[in-house]
Design a protein around this ligand. Structure first.
Ligand SMILES: *[C@@H]1O[C@H](CO)[C@@H](O)[C@H](O)[C@H]1NC(C)=O
Ligand SMILES: *[C@@H]1O[C@H](CO)[C@@H](O)[C@H](O)[C@H]1NC(C)=O
Ligand SMILES: *[C@@H]1O[C@H](CO)[C@@H](O)[C@H](O)[C@H]1NC(C)=O
Ligand SMILES: *[C@@H]1O[C@H](CO)[C@@H](O)[C@H](O)[C@H]1NC(C)=O
Ligand SMILES: *[C@@H]1O[C@H](CO)[C@@H](O)[C@H](O)[C@H]1NC(C)=O
Length: 361
């Protein structure tokens, strides 16, 4: 039952893609300094708002920009709200973003983060975009990249939405994969984490992008402790404290943790949800101020509701299935779950500790 509901969720996204007003396009122009040769595709809806917001959608390890386009509804909502989506692709065989080098972690230091910034600047210029509405979201490696951009380029980004990820700089080190961080073993004080962020762009005094993070308590890819560490980091950076919890928000078993007045940093603790957390596009778009939940969504509500409900079912029942779920873990030294993936997905070894089910398209 879980399997068939997931497939119907993917089908819903698939048919949404078929109805889009525009096409995903590979950008071949020179968009500026690009030390790692990252590439990107862009989704520009037929009807743009006057100064459109720009959203970067960052994929998971072994994913591509096209995967993030296919398996999320961000392009569909671009048609509804008139923003532009950049779907970048990580420029290396692992398909992971560089979230560990000093270059990527430093303002104007180079590597993938600088490439992303130049993609954004190119897009803002070409489409007369609104530099005060530049956002990034991502899952797993893309969620980690989201926090990297929050830390290294607070002058470029207005907001972030990070899913199943780790704090800015937690992966720092000589290797692309930082296992201590993934396992939730890098524990620091709020002041230490805050200093890490401040050192990403020394002397920066301007506003910082607002950030929401979403993390499952059953995540065995990037452990849940990383949510606690993110909370320490960003409450220190913003100079705010934990205020209150809203339980069962926005859905059952998710707790929304409010920090300060809830306008700068919010965390979602998602009870019993594994690494492959279902993406909730409208909650991210509401956080960015692109979608106003108090107003009716123009068209398409049926598909959205279906997708959200079915993917939630998938996540909460994942443990009982003999096959690993799409984007779920399917191998690793400390891992005890299923080793094969559902049809259409392939188990890809990312490192000794983590293999993931990814689309075999
Ligand atoms: C998308 O691309 C196809 C094939 O190149 C083309 O026929 C179609 O008109 C394009 N659609 C839009 C909305 O640009
Ligand atoms: C990027 O591409 C250029 C031109 O093809 C090449 O010279 C350079 O070595 C590439 N850089 C990396 C990091 O792959
Ligand atoms: C990266 O920066 C840290 C300090 O921030 C330093 O200890 C380390 O040696 C640097 N690594 C490289 C490869 O330069
Ligand atoms: C808020 O919710 C989190 C996640 O469920 C929990 O760990 C924490 O103890 C809660 N805090 C309070 C004060 O209830
Ligand atoms: C919430 O968690 C409880 C305890 O694991 C579970 O029985 C219940 O089905 C979950 N509810 C939803 C809506 O996922």
């Amino acid at each position: 039952m879980r399997l068939s509901t997931f497939i119907s969720a993917v089908a819903a996204v698939g048919s949404a893609v078929a109805q889009l007003t525009s096409n995903l396009t590979l950008v071949t122009d020179d968009f500026g300094e690009n030390p790692t040769n990252a590439t990107f595709q862009i989704y520009v809806p037929t009807t743009l708002t006057r100064h459109p917001a720009v959203l970067v959608g960052a994929h998971w390890c072994t994913g591509t920009g096209n995967d993030f386009f296919m398996y999320t509804n961000y392009a569909k909502y671009a048609d509804v709200f008139g923003y532009i989506v950049i779907f970048p692709t990580a420029p290396r065989d692992t398909g992971c973003w560089d979230v560990s080098s000093n270059e990527t972690l430093s303002h104007n230091g180079g590597s993938d983060s600088l490439a992303i910034v130049n993609m954004v600047k190119w897009t803002l210029k070409k489409y007369n975009g609104d530099p005060r509405r530049v956002f990034i979201t991502g899952l797993s490696s893309g969620g980690m990249l989201t926090q990297v951009m929050m830390g290294a380029y607070p002058d470029v980004f207005t907001g972030g939405s990070a899913w199943s990820d780790v704090p800015y700089g937690c992966f720092r080190g000589p290797d692309a994969w930082n296992n201590d961080c993934a396992l939730g073993l890098i524990v620091k004080t709020p002041q230490q984490w805050g200093n890490d962020v401040r050192n990403a762009y020394p002397g920066y005094r301007g506003p910082r992008p607002k950030l929401q993070v979403w993390h499952g308590t059953a995540d065995t890819g990037l452990y849940y402790q990383n949510l606690i560490e993110s909370n320490k980091m960003w409450s220190n950076v913003f100079g705010i404290h934990f205020t209150k919890n809203h339980t069962d928000t926005p859905i059952a078993n998710y707790t929304q943790m409010i920090f300060g007045d809830g306008s700068q940093y919010v965390a979602y603790s998602c009870y019993d949800v594994p690494h492959n957390i279902p993406i909730r596009e409208l909650d991210a778009l509401a956080w960015f101020g692109i979608y106003d939940p108090k107003k009716p969504l123009p068209g398409t509500t049926t598909t959205t509701t279906t997708t959200t409900t079915t993917t939630t079912t998938k996540a909460t029942t994942a443990v009982a299935t003999p096959e690993a779920v799409p984007f779920g873990q399917c191998g690793g030294i400390t891992y005890k779950g299923p080793l094969t993936c559902t049809k259409g997905f392939k188990c890809i070894k990312l490192n000794a500790y983590f293999s993931q089910c990814l689309p075999s398209l």
